[in-house]
Design a binder for this molecule. Structure first.
Ligand SMILES: NC(=O)c1ccc[n+]([C@@H]2O[C@H](COP(=O)([O-])OP(=O)(O)OC[C@H]3O[C@@H](n4cnc5c(N)ncnc54)[C@H](OP(=O)(O)O)[C@@H]3O)[C@@H](O)[C@H]2O)c1
Length: 248
């Protein structure tokens, strides 16, 4: 298979890259610098290619993905993403950062999906997987743009899954809780204390299984699925108190 993973140098992306390389597939990745890539994959196998690609560049995303797969892509995993950084109580909302979050987390994913479809629809087959987040399910006060960008991805995936189902392309939306990665470590200095923390290797296995089964939406780990439901059903007043408490 030819698999392109945006953010393939990040925590979850790297674990997915290792998984698919071990299974014998051809993997193309982007994210970070070539130097960082070479440090991350010192014994880069022939089946792995790095692309110096910023997914907010629409033309470059289409060109690089087409070049990687020579016109036939089997799987796209859109994992490139950023968040607001470490929450600081009382800090005013950084609208520049918020705009960047939407550019990468939403528009960047849209560009990647466009590129993937161009190399899947002519063959009437392919799989697309998108990294949203459990943060998509509740609007947390510290991370408005991140939550909103991830919520948009859930609806985008639902629509695309319906739209392309009859043309052989499946769409899977992943909504993880806390995964142990550089992004999560940078955001949560006390990550080890975060509930139901999952390793990036374990997350990669869950994602791989979800893609294989062509699931539409997977919230994991299971504890986070139930907590998210609870938060959604909770009275707003109680949710507010919980948010205030978690800021401390
Ligand atoms: N870790 C968690 O707890 C968690 C939970 C829920 C959802 N997620 C989502 O899962 C995905 C992966 O997260 P992660 O924790 O593995 O993050 P990470 O370790 O920070 O990796 C993010 C990857 O995306 C790349 N990237 C960022 N902006 C890019 C751009 N404009 N073009 C191309 N690549 C870009 C990064 O490369 P650079 O070095 O260039 O930045 C990096 O390779 C994200 O979408 C995140 O929101 C993570």
């Amino acid at each position: 298979m030819h698999i392109f993973i945006t953010g393939g140098t990040g925590g979850i992306g790297k674990a997915l890259t290792d998984l698919y390389l071990d299974a014998g597939h051809h993997v193309g990745i982007c994210g970070g610098t070539r130097h960082a890539f070479e440090q991350l994959f010192p014994e880069c196998p022939e089946r792995l290619r790095f692309f110096d690609l910023d997914v907010t560049d629409r033309a470059a995303t289409r060109a690089h993905i087409a070049e990687f797969c020579s016109g036939k892509l089997d799987l796209l995993i859109a994992a490139a993403g950023i968040n607001d950084g470490a929450p600081v109580a009382g800090r005013s909302l950084d609208f520049d950062r918020a705009e960047k979050i939407f550019q990468i987390n939403l528009i960047g994913v849209l560009h990647s999906i466009e590129a993937a479809l161009e190399n899947m629809l002519p063959h009437q087959q392919g799989r697309i997987a998108v990294l949203s987040s459990a943060a998509a399910l509740s609007g947390f006060p510290q991370t408005p743009a991140y939550c909103a960008s991830k919520t948009a991805l859930v609806t985008l995936c639902e629509s695309l899954a319906l739209r392309y189902h009859d043309q052989g392309v499946s769409v899977t939306c992943l909504l993880p809780g806390y995964i142990d990665t550089p992004l999560a470590r940078a955001t949560h200095p006390n990550l080890d204390k975060m509930p139901f923390l999952v390793s990036s290797e374990s997350a990669a296995l869950t994602i791989q299984r979800a893609i294989e089964k062509r699931k539409l939406r997977v919230i994991f780990p299971w504890q986070v699925r139930w907590i998210s439901r609870l938060l959604q059903l909770m009275p707003r007043s109680l949710f507010k108190i919980l948010c205030k408490w978690s800021e401390k």
